[in-house]
Ligand binder design. Structure first.
Ligand SMILES: NC(=O)C1=CN([C@@H]2O[C@H](COP(=O)(O)OP(=O)(O)OC[C@H]3O[C@@H](n4cnc5c(N)ncnc54)[C@H](O)[C@@H]3O)[C@@H](O)[C@H]2O)[C@@H](O)CC1
Ligand SMILES: Nc1ncnc2c1ncn2[C@@H]1O[C@H](COP(=O)(O)OP(=O)(O)O)[C@@H](O)[C@H]1O
Ligand SMILES: [K+]
Length: 517
C-alpha cells in the first residue's frame, strides 16, 4: 500500500475533482459521510455524548459533515469550532452552513481555556481540528485543549491525522498534540503511524476510501510503501514438480566465535527453512561438533583457528552469503573480512559484527558488491551512518547511504524499514515477542536463503522481512510474548509460507443467513 505525501494528497484531490467533474466540497462530503458510516456501524444509535471539535480548514469541514449526519441520525452531539484564525476554508464554510440547516443549535465557538466544555471519560471526542494542512506551531490555548482531551480519558477518534502532528517532520512540543485511540486516515496511512518517535500519535488506524482517482493512485510513485501479504504474494516462486535441490541454490553463513556458535545455528537453519537447496556454515573449529550434531542438514567448513575466524577460505561456490553473525571483531577477523570482501563475487547479506567492522573501517564500504543487503539494528545503523536528529533525518541519512554505496539497508525495529536508494518500504509484520536474542540472525538466514533461490535482492529483502515478521506473529500465538524464542521463529517459517495462500476466513452460510434475516 502506497503512503502518499501531503503534496500528493492535495494533487490527488485536484485530479479527482477534474476527472470526476465533482462539485465543490464533494470530497469533503464523502470524507465526512465515510467517517459517519464507520461510527454509525459501531454505535448503532447509542446515546453516548459525542463532542466534535472542528478546526477552520478542510479537516474541520470533514468534522462538520460528520456532525451533520450524526445530528440527522439522532445522536447526542455537541459541535465546537476551534477558532484559531480568520482564514476559514471555502468548503469549511459550506459545511458550516449545512450544519445550521439541520440544527437550531449553533456550533459553539472556542477561543480560550474558559470556553472548554466538560468531557466525561465515557464520552467520545472527535478530533477534526488540524489535518495535513498544519503548517506552524500551535497556540498555547489549543495545546491546553489537547491536554483537556487527554485529561478526560475519553475515547478520541481523529479525522485523517491526530491534530498537531506534521506529516513529514517531527513535532516540537511532545505535549501539544492529540494522541488518538483511533485515526481514520483518508486514502492512505500517514508515515508517522510507523516511526518509533511518532507512532504513539494513534493506537489504531484505518484507511478510509474516499474515491480518489484510481489512475492517479496507481500511477503515482511514492517514497514510502507498506509491505504486507498483498505486496509479497506476487513475488512467490512456486516449485516445479521435477525440481531438484540444485535449483534452489547453495547458501553460506559465515560467522561464529567461541560462545557464539548458536547464532550461526539459527541463521543456517533459517537458510534451510526458507528453501535453499544446500546450506553450509563457515565457523571456527570449536563449533564443528555442536553444529554437525544439532543441524544434520547443514554442511560445515571450519577456519584453521579454534575460537575465531581468521581466514575465510572455502572451495564451494555459494549463490549467496550471509556474513557477520556472532563473528566478533578480533584483529584477525577484521583482516579476514577485508581479504574476503576483496575477492568475493557472491551476493551478500551483511549483519552484526561484519557491519560493526565495516563501520570502523570505512575503506571497506567500497568493496561491498552492488545490491548487497545490510541488516543493521538501530545501534549498528548509527555506527554506519552517524547520529541522526530524529526519525525523518535517520531515513534521509539511510537513503543517502543506500544511494551512495548502492546497497539495500534494512533498518530493523518494530516496523522494519527497507531502504532502497530513495525508496523506503515499511513492513508491518512482527511483534515485541521478537525482541529476543537471535531473532536478527534468523532474518539474515531467511534473506540469504531467498537470494539463493534467485529472488532478486529487493525481493529477498522485502519477502524476507515479511516472512520473518509473519513467522514471529504465528509463533506468538503458541508461545506468547515472553516465551517466544528466535528458534521458534525458524520453526514457523513454513507456516508463514503456507499462510500466503490462506484466504481471510469467510462467514459460514448459516451466519450470513442469520444476519440477513
Ligand atoms: N484526499 C483527502 O485526503 C481529503 C482530505 N480532506 C481533509 O482536508 C484536510 C486538509 O485540509 P486543509 O488543507 O484545509 O488543512 P487543515 O484542515 O489541516 O488545516 C489548515 C487550516 O489551519 C490553519 N493552520 C495551520 N496550522 C495552524 C496552526 N498551527 N494554528 C492555527 N491554524 C493553523 C491553516 O492556515 C488552515 O486554515 C485533510 O487533513 C482532510 O481532513 C477532505 O476534506 C477532502 C479530501
Ligand atoms: N518490538 C518489535 N516488534 C517487531 N519486531 C521486532 C521488535 N523488536 C525486535 N524485532 C525484530 O527482531 C529482530 C532483532 O534483530 P537484532 O536486534 O539484530 O537481534 P539479534 O542481534 O539478537 O539477533 C529484528 O528483525 C527486529 O525487527
Ligand atoms: K485531525
Amino acid at each position: 500500500m502506497k503512503i502518499f505525501s501531503k503534496e500528493q494528497i492535495y494533487k490527488g484531490d485536484k485530479v479527482t475533482e477534474e476527472q470526476q467533474s465533482l462539485p465543490p466540497s464533494e470530497l469533503m462530503e464523502r470524507a465526512g459521510l465515510q467517517i459517519f458510516n464507520w461510527m454509525h456501524l459501531r454505535m448503532q444509535g447509542a446515546q453516548v455524548p459525542i463532542h466534535v471539535f472542528c478546526g477552520i480548514g478542510n479537516n474541520g469541514g470533514d468534522g462538520l459533515v460528520l456532525a451533520r449526519h450524526l445530528i440527522t441520525h439522532g445522536y447526542n452531539v455537541e459541535v465546537y469550532v476551534v477558532n484559531c484564525g480568520n482564514s476559514r476554508s471555502k468548503d469549511f464554510l459550506t459545511s458550516y452552513d449545512k450544519v445550521k440547516d439541520v440544527s437550531k443549535k449553533w456550533p459553539q465557538l472556542l477561543k480560550c481555556e474558559t470556553d472548554f466544555p466538560d468531557i466525561h471519560r465515557d464520552d467520545i471526542i472527535v478530533d477534526a481540528i488540524f489535518g495535513i494542512g498544519l503548517n506552524r506551531e500551535i497556540e498555547s490555548w489549543i495545546k491546553a485543549l489537547f491536554n483537556h482531551f487527554k485529561a478526560s480519558s475519553a475515547f478520541t477518534l481523529s479525522v485523517d491525522i491526530p491534530s498537531g502532528w506534521f506529516t513529514d517532520k517531527p513535532i516540537e512540543d511532545n505535549e501539544g498534540v492529540v494522541r488518538a485511540n483511533y485515526t481514520l486516515s483518508f486514502q492512505s496511512p500517514k508515515l508517522i503511524f510507523f516511526l518509533p518517535e511518532t507512532a504513539d500519535c494513534t493506537i489504531q488506524w484505518e484507511v478510509i476510501d474516499i474515491g480518489i482517482d484510481r489512475d492517479y493512485l496507481m500511477t503515482t510513485e511514492t517514497e514510502y510503501e507498506l509491505i504486507s501479504k498483498n505486496e509479497v504474494l506476487p513475488m512467490y516462486k512456486p516449485r516445479d514438480k521435477y525440481a531438484h535441490k540444485g535449483d534452489f541454490g547453495h547458501g553460506l553463513i559465515v560467522g561464529g566465535s567461541y560462545g557464539k556458535i548458536g547464532a550461526v545455528h539459527l541463521a543456517t537453519r533459517s537458510v534451510l527453512s526458507s528453501g535453499a537447496g544446500l546450506t553450509t556454515a563457515f565457523i571456527p573449529k570449536c563449533g564443528y561438533v555442536p553444529l554437525q550434531t544439532s543441524l544434520p542438514e547443514a554442511m560445515v567448513i571450519t577456519d584453521a583457528d579454534t575460537n575465531k575466524i581468521t581466514a575465510i577460505d572455502f572451495d564451494i561456490k555459494p549463490d549467496a552469503i550471509g556474513i557477520g553473525i556472532g563473528m566478533g571483531k578480533f584483529p584477525d577477523t577484521v583482516s579476514a573480512l577485508k581479504a574476503f570482501l576483496k575477492n568475493n563475487k557472491a551476493p551478500l547479506v551483511i549483519d552484526a559484527d561484519a557491519l560493526n567492522i565495516i563501520s570502523e573501517n570505512n575503506d571497506l564500504l567500497k568493496l561491498i558488491p552492488e545490491n548487497s543487503i545490510l541488516t543493521p539494528h538501530p545501534k549498528e545503523l548509527e555506527r554506519l551512518i552517524g547520529e541522526w536528529s530524529n526519525d525523518f533525518d535517520k531515513l534521509k541519512k539511510a537513503s543517502d547511504f543506500s544511494t551512495k554505496y548502492k546497497v539495500l539497508v534494512i533498518i530493523k525495529g518494530a516496523n522494519t524499514i527497507i531502504v532502497y536508494g530513495q525508496k523506503k518500504f515499511i513492513s508491518v509484520t512482527g511483534n515485541p515477542g521478537m525482541a529476543t536474542a537471535g531473532s536478527g540472525d534468523v532474518l539474515t538466514g531467511i534473506i540469504t536463503g531467498l537470494l539463493c533461490q534467485k529472488y532478486n535482492p529487493l525481493e529477498s529483502a522485502l519477502f524476507g522481512v515479511y516472512l520473518h515478521g509473519k513467522a514471529g506473529d504465528l509463533a506468538l500465538e503458541e508461545y506468547g510474548y515472553q516465551s517466544l524464542l528466535a528458534s521458534h521463529i525458524v520453526d514457523y517459517i513454513g507456516e508463514a509460507y503456507i499462510d500466503l495462500f490462506k484466504q481471510p476466513e469467510q462467514p459460514q452460510q448459516e451466519e450470513v443467513e442469520a444476519e440477513n434475516s
